[in-house]
Design a protein around this ligand. Structure first.
Ligand SMILES: Cc1ncc(COP(=O)(O)O)c(C=O)c1O
Length: 370
């Protein structure tokens, strides 16, 4: 078996080479490589998918989070609640906005624990960074119960969750502003980096349009002093738009693979998997499993040419850049020691998927754990 990659942009390209080259040709022929029509088309489509009034594309989700925070008025002296277990950008965007990330332990599916969050609220708490980890959405009712009680601004880090929904509410519809990523590992990728903010608030949308390029709208004087140039190109937007039109197909293929993994891996007691609840659609951006044999299993799969990934090896408060001394995040810590993400993307072949499952089963059989 050839190496099974963790994600595989080259295979997507191979499948749609003619279409992608034609899109690229169209953009390059107009010469409008920035601010072109495909950007407007992609933004409209994303706003529609997320049931939002506005979508503003930017250079990355990291920038999208930062812009959303400052456009919402978050500043020095403010505290923002954020899960201790996430990608670094969920918290570093808060520091970059001048505010203080206040870390909260998570539940065993990686979602922020609202009971613990409650205990961390002070007079300075202004917002919560809500991360839809692995693309799996937190129940919207749980979010509003918490945020309405404390009147907090919600910024949704939905980097991983495009196309997911819970209780008929799409990812990206929660709170004042929501952010998605189009990096190459995401279900829709910009063949490079890219991100977008969606919101129903006109002021926030306008503010982000200004923040993304030198504090000004096209052909006007700067109104904000920022040094940012954060855009996706017209060509990237055309490729994003192309994929957005296939999002249902992409998610249903990911769900088919996840269902296969579920049926095979539930046989193994030493593996915990995450299930979807009623009323929930999971885009399966990631397929995480949790096992005390994580490192050994990862090595075994690597030896068998199967690439996997760990999300995440460290809890955020452990990064020295955040300058934190608190270390009591037991569930987050446990997830860093047990989580392993398996390859999941529409271009995986049936042979590859069953090979991955067979190898995992073999591994646990050799330990007499299956
Ligand atoms: C939860 C989360 N937030 C933010 C980001 C940052 O996204 P980007 O790479 O587009 O800046 C990522 C990227 O993987 C992520 O997973």
């Amino acid at each position: 078996m050839n190496k099974i990659k963790f994600y595989n942009v080259a295979r997507f390209y191979k499948n749609y080479k003619n279409e992608i080259l034609e899109l690229t040709n169209q953009v390059f022929s107009t010469g409008q490589v920035l601010n072109g029509e495909p950007i407007i088309e992609a933004e409209k489509k994303i706003a529609c998918l997320t049931n939002r009034k506005y979508a503003v594309t930017v250079g990355s989700c990291t920038d999208a989070l930062f812009f959303s925070l400052i456009a919402s008025g978050i500043k020095k002296g403010d505290e923002v609640l954020v899960p201790a277990f996430s990608f670094i950008a969920s918290a570093s965007a808060i520091s970059r906005a001048g505010a203080t990330p206040v870390f909260v332990d998570v539940n065993n599916d990686g979602s922020i624990n609202f009971e613990l969050a409650e205990k961390k609220i002070t007079k300075k708490t202004k917002a919560i960074m809500l991360v839809q980890l692995y693309g799996k959405m937190i129940k919207p009712q749980n979010i509003t119960n918490f945020t309405n009680k404390y009147n907090l601004i919600v910024i949704e880090d939905a980097a991983q969750a495009l196309g997911s929904s819970n209780s008929n509410i799409p990812a990206g519809k929660i709170g004042l502003a929501s952010c998605f990523s189009f990096d190459p590992s995401k279900i829709i990728n910009a063949f490079g980096t890219g991100g977008v903010v969606v919101t129903d608030n006109e002021k926030i949308a306008k503010s982000i349009q200004i923040l993304r390029v030198q504090g000004k709208l096209a052909n006007s004087e700067p109104t904000k002093l920022v040094s940012c140039n954060s855009r996706i190109s017209s060509q990237q937007a055309a490729i994003v738009y192309f994929q957005l039109n296939k999002i249902d197909e992409i998610i249903s293929k990911r769900n088919l693979i996840a269902n296969y993994y579920n049926t095979q891996l539930t046989k193994i007691e030493s593996i915990r998997i995450l299930k979807t609840s009623d009323n929930e659609t999971w885009n399966y951006h990631k397929y995480p499993i949790f096992t005390n044999f994580r490192d050994e299993l990862k090595n075994y799969l690597t030896e068998n040419n199967i690439e996997t990934n760990i999300h995440f090896k460290k809890i955020l408060p452990e990064y020295s850049v955040f300058n934190k001394s608190e270390s009591n995040f037991p569930i987050s810590k446990q997830l860093t020691e047990t989580e392993l993400s398996l390859p999941i993307y529409p271009e995986l072949t049936d042979n590859e998927i069953s090979f991955i499952c067979d190898k995992i089963i073999n591994f646990f059989k050799s330990k007499k754990l299956c």
